[in-house]
Design a protein around this ligand. Sequence first.
Ligand code: PLI
Length: 477
Amino acid sequence: MDRRYVPEPYKIKVVEPIAVTTRDERDRFIAEAGYNTFLLRSDQCTIDLLTDSGTTAMSDNQWAGMMLGDEAYAGSRNFLHLQEVVRTYYGFRHIVPTHQGRGAENLLSMIMIKPGDYVPGNMYFTTTRAHQERNGATFVDVIVDEAHDPQIELPFKGNIDLAKLERLIAEVGAGRIPYLCLAVTVNLAGGQPVSMANMRAVYRLCAAHGIKVMYDATRCIENAYFIKMREEGYAEASIAAILKEMMSYADGCTMSGKKDCLVNIGGFLCMNDDDLYQKASELVVLFEGMPSYGGLAGRDMEAMARGIVESVDYNYVHHRVTQCRYLADRLDEAGIPVVKPTGGHAVFIDAKAFLPHIPQDRFPAQTLAAELYVEAGVRAMERGIVSAGRNRETGDHHRPKLELVRLTIPRRVYTYAHLDTVAEACIALHRRRDTIRGLEMVYEPKVLRFFTARFQPLAGPTKVKARPTAQLVELAG
Ligand code: PLI
């Protein structure tokens, strides 16, 4: 194997068989699932790249920790361990465990947002924005423009555009911006990182206006790795030191532990402010559980505490990000359009460029994900118009510039040979891309529709129905 790609820094102790299916079976399974990969059964998938969320293989040390769960209703020793580890590595004073990331988003949004507020952020994330909107805020995207272009290669495409942020503050007033939500890395931009310089500048600007900065820390370890590799002055710094500095430019964070804390379930909300903590610990009782378990078993908190310690190991994160680059390189060499540069948790195929004959209302990324499943049993995820949902005011689809299929690499689960299988399936699809037609949506849930929407193949050749002008402009662009 090419030595540009480091071998796995672990050996396999437990194995789980994966499904082997025929093409006819997969044709049937995807039709039964309404052409939505979220609705496939796991045992119908050969290689499951739906998400890196909760799909991590835990270490022997984490499993050993599971046996030390203290399942007391209050004051579990595993909570105290988790609290100590979070304080050590993330540096925040207070931690409220939650069952997963969106539990923390719910608490944060309820505590901080008033109807009519604005929450700026570096590109939306589905659950994060849904909680902000549910509490009456308008999300405002203040990411750099380049993040919306899949082909521009920049080291820190997740950065906030300070001019956009200043403009928003001038327009609506700092009093209507309870906090800024900074995601490290930016999932929907392709796993793009934010530079330390940008974090520092954003924090200073917000502090000057009395606006709090809350991180979505979900993939902060991958962000720290990119800072080490790409930002001047950090090559010699440890991942732990970079992480601590990153967090010093925030007032708190939400965390989906299911990603960079290397666990199958869990999350937390952190903050330094005593008053905010008081409110969070009152509210968590209503939605999650006591402030010392927040919806988690003691054993889950122990696994998360141990996972956090493992996550700052350079060898772990170096291999993880290298796996993503390996798959992206194989696709890129074959002429398949992928988002550049490759991010930290996934490879994103540009479905608009892959299937230019399918208009956005015919769901090119949804179509491509369904076809990839039929081709080789590889399950990917749509991250385009379906995930973006609808505008609350106009009822029209949000039409994101990025129409992507995400091949998400679970942590410590697959080998390079699995990734070769994925690459070969994508290449086969690319060769027959002209034969691929779009889909139409036949069932649309009101909230977070991508999870359970159902589709069917278009009968004839792809036709664009008459649409309002705004939509045509977007498609033309
Ligand atoms: O899935 P949760 O509730 O633990 O976390 C929600 C969440 C918050 N922020 C970000 C950036 C995420 O990526 C995220 C969840 N992501 C999922 C499920 C994913 O497949 O990417």
